[in-house]
Write a new protein. Sequence first.
Length: 272
Amino acid sequence: MTDPLLSELLELALDVAGRAGALLRDGRPADLGVAATKSSPVDVVTEMDIAAEKLITGFLAERRPHDGFLGEEGASSEGSSGIRWVIDPLDGTVNYLYGLPTWAVSVAAERDGERIVGVVEVPMRGETYHAVLGGGAHAKGGAYGDGARLRCRPAPPLDQALVSTGFNYVADVRAHQAEVARILIPRLRDIRRGGSAAIDLCDVAAGRLDGYYERGLHPWDLAAGDLIAREAGALTGGRPGPPADGGLTVAAAPGVFEPLQALLEELGAWHD
């Protein structure tokens, strides 16, 4: 990596994601409860989400005071440097609340609106995924030991593809997503629902999934994972043409992406 700014941002993102992951892993109270709700009574925030975001924003603001922030739990500032940090301090909050291991810390950096650095820390796997724009995707820890470059899987036929998805917390949206999944299941190898968009995107990058799609994501859900997936050779997008966004996010190996995206378009799996 020859750009010193990218090196600096990656180092900071790796450092702070590791710190936040350790806080969440080691500091989880035995009596952890819901601190607030968001889109519905089942869309929850815990005290640990808030604590992790404060740790991340405080750490980064101290080292790069002119950068902007966009965070799930309310961090928002424009900054003046052209760099904005997009943060999900705890992706998979319901899993975390219930003691399930599929949750992550997601930290991405954008330069003038373009994603340039992404880190996803998965503490209960002991794995860290990271990517720099144009520099490939990598993972370390857990199954990856001291480090490995990531590549998405060679594409199987769509009917042999393992695809993950997620469900919204608003009842009528969930009902529509369930109908889409009902039609999709016979046309795929199977569907998984892990509960963390950031991890699903990294699993596409790592070849643990052939594809992933979800409606209703926010920028902090996908910023780091989308970059990691693309740098591992996956294709990402929304509806045919636009990039991945809140209307629809699709990520898959080339050869799976195109028919999966077309099928999701046919089924109306998106929203405006």
